[in-house]
Design a protein. Structure first.
Length: 315
């Protein structure tokens, strides 16, 4: 199979039939063998009923229904697990991503040898200052922190070689950072393509300003995990040793000063340096123990399901 199109969605009933017709027309006109995997992330409208109707009409349409809303990252993870294509295309279900971009995104993986190609919505139709300015700041911070030179990390329209999606773990709200997850897994040939952005035709956006706050917090998380996720002792242990050493040096100085240099002076417990030394050694010990416990947890953890699937179609 050439292409798997993975589409997470939440309450997008109005756009699904039009999106399916558009994708199917592109696939058939380019003679691709394909599958379209819709992941219903706990919709409360008739989205799942529409997906059922499409799957009955076309066996290339497949569906996954979550028991409740688990989030876009979990939806993508479920879609990646089921995808059978050599190239996987992800896009949003709101018709803002243009399926006509699929052939070139496919060729950039197959012919140009990219591991991952991310879309860049250079010209947008949701040009609200309150949305675009935080987005630009977020993308700038992501580039500087990750070293991945993309203009639009959050663009849902991306293409992947199948080896990428089968070897990365998308969890939490890390869908924004799939290029960084791919880079950390060793897939470094990451490209970018300017893609056409469509104005939203139905409904309203599911994202508010809080997504940028969450995005920055996730960026800090993934930076930490990429550097210290497999060796927490390197961070916490080092901090613990340094702080304990500083505290011990303070305590040693106070002891020498009291015993040999100024025996008639104030009691050690009456000097503020004593409490600085005590607190620093305690915090250093706690950091060291945190790193030690982190190493133990990494070696004993078991994978757990992050979402519950209610129903599947054609899978």
């Amino acid at each position: 199979m050439n292409i798997s199109v993975v589409i997470p969605l939440l309450n997008e009933k109005e756009s699904l039939n039009e999106l399916y017709d558009w994708i199917a027309n592109v696939m058939q006109s380019n003679r691709f063998s394909y599958e379209i995997i819709f992941i219903d992330d706990g919709s409360t409208d008739d989205s799942w009923k529409t997906i059922q109707q499409l799957s009955q009409k076309d066996s290339n349409v497949k569906g996954i229904q979550f028991l409740k809303n688990f989030g876009k990252s979990q939806a993508l993870h479920a879609g990646f697990e089921k995808a059978n294509g050599d190239v996987i295309i992800t896009m949003d279900a709101d018709l803002q991503d243009n399926p006509n971009e699929i052939p070139e995104l496919y060729n950039m993986i197959v012919k140009d040898g990219y591991d991952l190609v991310s879309g860049w919505k250079k010209k947008r139709y949701d040009s609200k200052l309150s949305k675009n300015m935080p987005s630009k700041l977020f993308n700038w911070a992501a580039r500087k922190t990750s070293g991945v030179k993309l203009h639009d990390f959050n663009c849902g329209l991306k293409s992947y070689h199948k080896d990428v999606v089968k070897n990365i773990d998308v969890n939490g709200e890390m869908h924004r950072y799939i290029p960084l997850l791919a880079k950390n897994a060793g897939f470094t040939n990451i490209g970018e393509k300017v893609v056409q952005h469509q104005a939203r035709k139905y409904g309203e956006t599911k994202f508010g300003m809080d997504r940028f706050i969450h995005g920055f917090l996730d960026l800090i998380t993934i930076w930490f995990l990429s550097r210290f996720g497999k060796r927490p002792m390197h961070l916490f242990g080092a901090l613990g040793v340094i702080m304990f050493a500083v505290g011990f040096a303070f305590a040693l100085y106070l002891g020498i000063d009291k015993l040999f240099l100024n025996p008639a002076g104030r009691l050690i417990t009456q000097r503020p340096q004593f409490y600085i030394a005590l607190v620093t050694m305690i915090i250093g010990t706690q950091f060291f123990v945190a790193g030690f416990l982190g190493e133990i947890i990494l070696r004993t953890k078991e994978d757990k399901n992050r979402y519950l699937i209610k129903d599947e179609l054609n899978l």
